[in-house]
Design a protein around this ligand. Structure first.
Ligand code: 1HE
Length: 268
């Protein structure tokens, strides 16, 4: 991985590197356990709306012993209600740029994935967890509430009942539970998360961008529609995808026996 070029150099709370079509964004505040300050959220937002040309997938990880300790509590000074709403909306804008941006994003998780860290992970499209990963929502203990999209995205992964338990009782889920409850797509040993995340990103980057775009942008929205609207939106998206030159090339390659078949057990 070579250092990425251009504007990315100014993002000092992130470490950004690029290898071919895969961009690696590492939260880089290890002394504060990658706690998300106003500066970090702004830099993350900037990075995701300015992905370098040619990027086809992004891997997000955290430097040090933990993925992310959530909101930087030292900045949680008394805000008036308007300012507090706008602060939360700033996080929403950032994590929307992650979820509904240009390319799929894979979170590589280890150590604490708590509060806003879990909200960030939930806005990614896939989650790889090392054995050390654990998931918490300590907002209840801190006297606050989720504000980075957690109430929308986390229940869609683990269910409202489990999130309620985490927030009311301080319950922490380990990597096994995270996998069982739908938060974690891939489980790996400690130290192997980044390689797994990059391998998945390369696989994603080899697919047609329009298919990935449809999965990112249409799938979660269709899931929220009533079935009639959902089916119509699906038809529109399917027609858009299949009418791209790349889809036509790929379909022809299969018909000519030049493309891979679907085999049992495929996947990384
Ligand atoms: C922090 C933060 C933080 C660490 N804000 N400074 N999040 C939390 O409630 C989680 C709070 N943090 C922890 O429970 C622990 O720090 C960890 C389990 C993540 C890591 O423990 P450990 O022993 O490795 O580190 P540490 O000694 O606790 O922390 C190292 C330093 O990071 C220390 O600062 P220092 O100046 O004394 O060295 C900590 O104060 C600092 N630090 N976490 C600020 N979160 C949009 S709404 C989202 C709402 C939320 O995210 S609420 C969840 C907040």
């Amino acid at each position: 991985f070579a250092p990425a070029t251009g504007l990315l150099a100014t993002l000092d709370l992130l470490e950004i590197s690029q290898s071919g079509a895969v961009l690696h964004v590492r939260l880089n505040r290890p002394t504060k356990r990658n706690a998300i300050s106003d500066g970090l959220i702004a830099q993350l937002h900037t990075a995701f709306v300015n992905l370098p040309e040619g990027t086809r997938a992004v891997v997000v990880s955290g430097a040090g012993d933990h993925f992310c300790a959530g909101l930087d509590l030292s900045e949680l000074v008394e805000r008036d209600i308007q300012a507090a709403i706008l602060h939360s909306r700033g996080w929403h804008a950032c994590f929307d740029a992650v979820q509904f941006g240009k390319v799929p994003v894979i979170a590589v998780l280890h150590g604490a994935v708590v509060g806003g860290g879990l909200e960030l992970a939930a806005s990614c499209h896939l989650r790889v967890a090392e054995d050390s990963a654990y998931f918490g929502l300590p907002e209840g203990q801190r006297g606050i509430f989720v504000g980075g999209g957690g109430s929308v995205r986390v229940p869609r992964l683990m269910g409202t009942a489990r999130m309620t338990d985490m927030m009311l009782t301080g319950r922490v889920f380990d990597a096994d539970e995270g996998e069982r409850y739908g938060v974690v797509n891939y489980r790996v040993k400690d130290g192997e998360g980044l390689a797994k995340g990059i391998a998945l990103a390369r696989k994603i980057a080899s697919n047609a961008p329009m298919s990935a775009f449809a999965v990112m942008h249409a799938l979660p929205r269709i899931a929220e529609m009533n079935p009639g609207e959902g089916l119509f939106a699906e038809s529109l998206m399917a027609a858009c995808a299949s009418n791209t030159p790349e889809a036509q090339t790929r379909l022809r390659a299969f018909l000519e026996g030049k493309a891979g078949k679907v085999v049992k057990g495929a996947g990384l």
